[in-house]
Design a protein around this ligand. Structure first.
Ligand SMILES: Cc1cc2nc3c(=O)[nH]c(=O)nc-3n(C[C@H](O)[C@H](O)[C@H](O)COP(=O)(O)OP(=O)(O)OC[C@H]3O[C@@H](n4cnc5c(N)ncnc54)[C@H](O)[C@@H]3O)c2cc1C
Length: 400
């Protein structure tokens, strides 16, 4: 049976960044990925997130995978808030001295794969991890199925589950608790071949519901509508979606419709698994925690987890120190709950609420935000990642 140091399940941003950072330190990590490279790199279902916190951009740059991101990504100073018929610009650079970077997750995954394979890293595509044996021994063993249907095993020193929100591996953490919140909304999302409504994201609050106008590139718009979770996708033909987006934007900017590449309905929920490790087994990214997308935190949290586990594994392999591995859950939960808090705050600030009392409080909150530089500072420091990715930038050595 093949022996390796670190076996990672899942070639998403979390798994790939960890593998790449470890490789640069001479630690042998093998990534098992159920899907093909082509699917990860080109399927419209994998376009997903697009907002990188200031710290995420810096982590990726330092890790040596940021060349295309810096050349093609879009630097944004802030965001717009649309409500009461006005468009308020929150300038994060003025408020907290940092901005954000817009770059599609799928491009980022392409970059991570290209750079990692380029330095001799190993990603086994179309290899589905199916089981974990000998969990509570010094050599947990990953069992996987090859594209030909054969069963193989990797004897590891550490196993990391970075297998996304539908993770089948997090079940291996004994005695885990799941803290969950189901929000009474869903997001109807479209990806369209059309220029975005504005050069920066617009978060629009309208009595009929929230709408988000964002982008993945200068020619690709990603727009969302708050809908009831019982809505059906087939009741939303293209024309109705564009009409509703226009209505909720309230004339604050111009929407230019274009062909739809994807249409999806996502119920809004949040959950966190505790603990996130057991012995030599660790859970990272969406496999361990999910946030509603309002605060644009999911991808950024995945990168935070990778940075924390990278530091802990380096301490183990370079200095023989295990204490950072022992406190992995504690360290990760700190940024995770900060992001849950911010995502909850943004979600309940922007989504129209059914309860008339709650709804009036929400509108009062928005008006307060418009007048209060202190509240705007709270939003800005969380949005750019001062309590998430920015905390971890210095852990990543600068690669040439
Ligand atoms: C449909 C969708 C849309 C999203 N849109 C947004 C958005 O607009 N804005 C935003 O901020 N965030 C968004 N997110 C969240 C963001 O994309 C995630 O937070 C981010 O992808 C987390 O990265 P990850 O590496 O933890 O997991 P993932 O990116 O999910 O990667 C997990 C990988 O594990 C692989 N895998 C799973 N099981 C196995 C197995 N048994 N064996 C081998 N491989 C396996 C999967 O194929 C996948 O490649 C979205 C997420 C989803 C699912």
């Amino acid at each position: 049976m093949r022996r390796i140091q670190v076996g990672i399940v899942g070639a998403g941003p979390a798994g790939l960044l960890l593998a790449h950072l470890l490789r640069q330190e001479g630690v042998e990590a093998v990534v098992l990925e159920a899907k093909s490279r082509e699917y990860l790199e080109t399927s419209p279902h994998r376009i997903r997130a697009g907002v990188l916190e200031h710290g995420a951009k810096e982590i990726l740059r330092r890790a040596g995978v940021g060349d295309r991101m810096l050349a093609r990504g879009l630097g944004h100073k802030g965001i717009y808030l649309g409500f009461d018929g006005q468009l308020l610009h929150l300038d994060f650079e003025t408020l907290v001295g940092k901005g954000i970077w817009v770059y599609g997750q799928q491009y980022l995954v392409q970059d991570l794969i290209r750079h990692h394979l380029g330095v001799g890293g190993e990603v086994l595509f179309e290899h589905e991890a199916v089981d974990l044996e000998d969990l509570h021994t010094p050599n947990p063993t990953l069992v996987y199925r090859t594209p030909e249907g054969r069963i193989g095993r990797l004897r590891c020193e550490f196993v990391v589950a970075a297998d996304g929100s539908h993770s089948s591996f997090r079940r291996f953490i004994p005695g885990q608790r799941v803290h969950e919140k189901v929000y009474p909304f869903a997001w109807l999302g479209i990806l369209a071949e059309a220029p975005p409504a504005a050069e920066e994201l617009i978060y629009a609050s309208h009595p009929q519901g929230f709408a988000l106008f964002s982008m993945r590139s200068p020619s690709l718009s990603r727009n969302y509508l708050q809908v009831d979770p019982r809505e059906r996708l087939e009741d939303w033909p293209e024309e109705r979606i564009w009409e509703e987006l226009n209505l909720r934007l309230g004339g604050a900017a111009e929407i230019r419709p274009g062909p739809l590449l994807e249409k999806s309905l996502t119920p809004m929920r949040a959950w966190v698994v505790e603990p996130l490790h057991s012995g030599r087994f660790f859970v990272m990214g969406d496999a361990g925690h999910v946030v509603p997308p309002t605060g644009a935190k999911g991808l950024n949290l995945a990168l935070c987890d990778a940075a924390v586990l990278y530091r802990a594994m380096c301490a183990f392999y370079k200095e023989g120190e295990a204490h950072l591995l022992d406190r992995y859950t504690q360290d990760v939960l700190r940024h995770v709950w900060q992001a849950e808090l911010f995502s909850y705050w943004m979600t309940t600030l922007l989504h129209t609420l059914r309860d008339p009392f709650e709804e009036r409080l929400r509108v009062a909150k928005l008006r307060h935000l418009a007048e209060s530089p202190l509240l705007q500072g709270f939003l800005a420091e969380n949005y750019v990642g001062l309590h998430t990715t920015v905390r971890y930038v210095d852990l990543i050595p600068v690669q040439p």
